[in-house]
Design a protein around this ligand. Structure first.
Ligand code: IPD
Length: 267
């Protein structure tokens, strides 16, 4: 498996897709609703076609899983793509969105890139080789006191309102503060960059999560075993945080209580 060539192609296509997303953002987007509070714009399809097209030219034997187009090809080497994460923000002309692309081989995350074009930020990570924000190494925050923590709590209509408000309540009761900015991928990248201290969502899809999860791990953070079970196709709960908050956040959120499989693979 040539990860060098894939890493180079990944960074180039994330940058190109980010630039295109920025150009498309300046025109009023064509928006449709896929479900309750679940948006799609014409830009999502255009970007996904661009990303898959570029990667297919270089790696025709790889498989692809895109948020909009679903699965293409079969095999152990797979690219997982969210052409616009934070689509609701994009649709409402808010700059907090990104392009997120991950590469996995034999069930393990190898590469991730997230382009946040309106902020001029490109995040990337490679397994065992660290995580970077615009070429500066990223490191998670050293916070250990939950009362000083900022935790992003992602929301989607895939879980009940009750489950979400109860999670918010538990986080606030513990003395942390919560935020919700509307992009799971950027939420995870912010944990990796040490800007926030945790990201939790009771259900999230793999295309929103995988690149950011690798970044958190490579920046020294802790994550639950998101890929357990059928997460690639069906999603799972996610928790990623600064290592000093792991115990508190696992107890508060209930996510990651049985994480043995991942911890064995990572040790
Ligand atoms: C959504 C965003 C949101 C998260 C949802 C995702 P999309 O993805 O990442 O922050 O809470 O679970 O579905 O629709 O913007 O690609």
């Amino acid at each position: 498996m040539n990860l060098d060539a894939r890493e180079e192609a990944l960074v180039a296509v994330a940058r190109e897709a980010g630039d295109l997303a920025k150009r498309l953002f300046s025109n009023p987007p064509e928006v449709k609703l896929k479900g309750r509070q679940d948006y799609i714009t014409a830009a999502d399809g255009e970007l996904e076609r661009l990303i898959i097209g570029r990667l297919k030219e270089r790696f025709p034997g790889d498989a692809f899983l895109g948020e909009e187009g679903g699965a293409q090809g079969k095999g152990d080497a797979i690219w997982v793509i969210d052409p616009i994460d934070g689509t609701a923000n994009f649709a409402h002309r808010m700059p907090h969105f990104c392009v997120s692309i991950a590469f996995m081989s034999e069930g393990e995350l190898g590469l991730g890139a997230i382009a946040a074009p309106m902020y001029g930020e490109l995040y990337r990570a490679r397994a065992g080789r660290g995580a970077f924000l615009n070429d500066r190494p990223m490191k998670v925050a050293g916070v250990t006191d939950i009362k000083q923590a900022i935790v992003e709590l992602g929301w989607s209509a895939r879980r009940t309102v009750r489950a979400y408000t109860s999670l918010v309540e538990r986080v606030l009761d513990a003395g942390a503060v919560f935020m919700r900015a509307g992009s799971g991928a950027l939420g995870l990248a912010y944990v990796a960059a040490g800007r926030t201290h945790g990201y939790c969502e009771l259900h999230i899809n793999s295309w929103d999560t995988l690149a950011g999860l690798l970044m958190v791990r490579e920046a020294g953070g802790w994550t639950n075993d998101f890929l357990d079970g059928a997460a690639l196709e069906q999603g799972n709960p996610v928790l990623a945080c600064a290592p000093g908050l792991k115990e508190a956040l696992v107890a508060i959120t209930g996510v990651g209580q049985a994480n043995e499989k991942l911890e064995r693979r990572m040790s």
